[in-house]
Design a protein around this ligand. Sequence first.
Ligand code: ATP
Ligand code: MG
Length: 236
Amino acid sequence: MEHVPQELLQSFRPPAFHHSYFISFEGIEGSGKTTQIRLTKEFLEERNFRVLILREPGGTTFGEHLRQAVLSTTTQLHPLAEAYLFAASRAQLLHEVVMKELSIPNTVVICDRYLDSTLVYQGKARNLGHRLILEIHQHFPLNLTPHITFFLEIGLDTSRDRQRQRNSPKDYFEGQGEAFYRKLIEGYQEVRELFPDRICTLNGELVPDEVFALIQERLNALLKSDPSVEKDGKRS
Ligand SMILES: Nc1ncnc2c1ncn2[C@@H]1O[C@H](COP(=O)(O)OP(=O)(O)OP(=O)(O)O)[C@@H](O)[C@H]1O
Ligand SMILES: [Mg+2]
C-alpha cells in the first residue's frame, strides 16, 4: 500500500462542536447505505436530534451547478478534474451547510458517502493515490472528518444481485467492469487501515435489522460519551 505520512493523517479531525455529530456512510453500490441512513435518521429523531442528510456533489447552489456540470459533460473528466471538482463542492458544503448546522446543538449531519469515497474512487480506482487526495483535503474546512463512519462491507456478488433486484436503471457493472469494482473493494480495505479509529466496519451481508442493531450499538456509545445526554438517551 502507498505510504501516507502520519503528519498528513493527523491533519484530519472531526468538527469540535458540542452536542452535535457528523456521520458518514460508505460502501460500494447496493451495500445498504440509503437503507441504513433511513433507519439511523428515525432512531436519532426519536431521541430528539435534528437530522440532516447530505449527498455530494451538491447541497449548495454552487454544488448543484457542479453536479450539473458533471452530469452533462460529454467527455470523460480527467481524474484530477473530478477530484478537485468534488473537493470544491465539498468545501462549499462544509462552509455553507455542515458547519452552520452543527453549530446548532442536537444536530446530526449524515453524509451518504464522503471523503472515503473520494479516496476509493478517485484515489484508488482512478489511480490518483490516497496521498494526493488527502493533500487536496488537508486544509480547513476540508480536513474535517465525520465523528464516525459506518462502512458497510459486502462482496461483489451481493452488490450485483442487489442492483439487479432493485432494477437499477444504470448497470454499474456493465458500465465499469469487474476490475473496477475489485479496485473499489481493495480501496476500502486500505482506507480502513488509514483511519481505523473513525471507520466502523459492519457486515453488510446481514439482514437490514441486524446491520442496524450494530449501528445502534455504536451510536449509543457515541451519544453516551457526551455528558449532556441523559440516561434515557434523550437530550436535555
Ligand atoms: N442488509 C440487506 N440485505 C438485503 N438487501 C438489502 C440490505 N440492505 C439493502 N438491501 C436492498 O439492496 C438494495 C440496495 O440498498 P441501498 O439502496 O440501501 O444501497 P446503497 O448502498 O444506498 O446503494 P447505492 O450506492 O447504489 O446508492 C435495495 O433494494 C435494498 O432494499
Ligand atoms: Mg444509496
